[in-house]
Design a protein around this ligand. Structure first.
Ligand code: AFP
Length: 359
């Protein structure tokens, strides 16, 4: 751009098309421009709020048995319409569709696969809260059908999310760091405003749905209890807690100022490994977090190394500031090896004369 600002198109041309590499001239930048067009359209629809006539339930359920809102279906359709025609995709998977969406015969097939959650945190819609869209791009590898998507997240060639807050932002990685673009609404451009985002390695903020505490595993209980003990506990500093019920909003906060987000394994629904979906929530967010210097694990494994077995598989997620996530991983290891002492802190309350050794 002549005014010195970097638009999304300029960023993609410079980063992908003009650099030698597997994704240069393969159409990935054009695909990401189509994804960005979906995001702009969704942003415009959300801005209308209740006046858009899209509020409320669609009175249908998705493959997870969750009630679909009208906006879940409308935003899903927006992604399909913007991305199916360009000849760059071989298939799409979404939270709102049971199987792989095949590209209609009228359009050519391409080399990429797109997985997306068109409206993450949709329970926030009715309260005019923050919501988002999440997406992940893989290159086709010869396999067809579901198997084409069932690959570890480290194979992603691009991942990103949109956050629809006071401003709309697109946060993106094509494997060279994590970068944030802000939508200039009156012009319709995404402009690079947050180049090479870095997550602080330490933090004093955590996010978890505490109403599930009784179902958590001991290592997670231990970590959260230690945070809550604050200055009078073994961490010897106070922590803050946040919960927005939109993974996009939580991850965005962590990218901006650090922290930890947890939707860990729990025993609320024993058949489920976790709450969040691998292909279009955990995997792309883990890619973005790692590209920003953070860490993302199930508790026991790096998420980007886990090979999903099903399109809508769920996975436990613990991500954010490296040193905090590593600590939670260490607590899981100690617990699994039987080295974890049950955590109690009766001496370390506010009347204590003692402070424990930091661990
Ligand atoms: P929806 O996209 O179905 O609204 O789910 C949002 C989400 O998957 C994730 O974005 C939140 O972190 C999590 O669910 C919130 O879960 P709780 O309902 O337990 O707060």
């Amino acid at each position: 751009m002549q005014d010195g600002r970097t638009t999304l198109s300029k960023f993609l041309i410079d980063t992908l098309d003009r650099k030698p590499g597997p994704e240069s001239a393969s159409g990935l930048s054009a695909l990401l421009i189509d994804v960005a067009a979906s995001i702009k359209t969704i942003s415009a629809a959300l801005t209308k709020g209740a006046l858009g006539g899209n509020y409320g339930s669609a009175e249908t359920h998705n493959t997870h048995g969750e009630e679909q809102k009208k906006l879940d279906l409308a935003t899903n359709e927006i992604f399909l319409q913007h991305c199916e025609w360009d000849g760059l995709l071989a298939g799409m998977v979404s939270e709102e569709m049971e199987g792989v969406y095949a590209i209609p015969d009228a359009y050519p097939r391409g080399e990429y696969l797109l997985a997306f959650d068109p409206l993450d945190g949709s329970s926030n819609i009715d309260i005019n809260g923050v919501v988002g869209s999440i997406f992940s791009v893989l290159r086709v590898n010869g396999t067809a059908g579901d198997a084409a998507f069932l690959r570890p997240g480290r194979e992603q060639v691009a991942a990103g999310y949109a956050i629809y807050g006071p401003s709309t932002m697109l946060v993106l990685s094509v494997g060279n760091g994590t970068h944030g673009f802000t939508l200039e609404r009156d012009v319709g451009n995404f402009v690079l405003t947050h180049s090479d985002i870095r997550i602080p390695e330490d933090s004093c903020e955590f996010a978890i749905n505490a109403s599930n505490e009784r179902f958590w595993e001991p290592p997670v209980r231990r970590y959260v209890q230690e945070c809550k003990d604050g200055k009078s506990g073994c961490r010897q500093r106070d922590f803050n807690m946040r919960w927005i019920a939109s993974m996009v909003a939580e991850v965005h906060r962590i990218l901006m100022r650090g922290g930890v987000f947890m939707y860990p394994r729990d025993f609320k629904t024993p058949a489920m490994q976790g709450r969040l979906r691998m292909l279009y929530e955990a995997s792309p967010m883990s890619f973005l977090v790692e590209q920003a210097g953070g860490m993302s694990i199930t508790g026991r494994e790096r998420i980007l190394d886990v090979k999903p077995q099903a399109l809508h598989e769920r996975v436990p997620v613990i991500l954010g500031s490296k040193n905090e996530v590593a600590r939670i991983g260490r607590y899981h290891g100690e617990y699994d090896r039987g080295e974890d002492k049950p955590y109690t802190s009766p001496l370390f309350n506010e009347r204590s004369l003692f402070l424990p050794d930091p661990v």
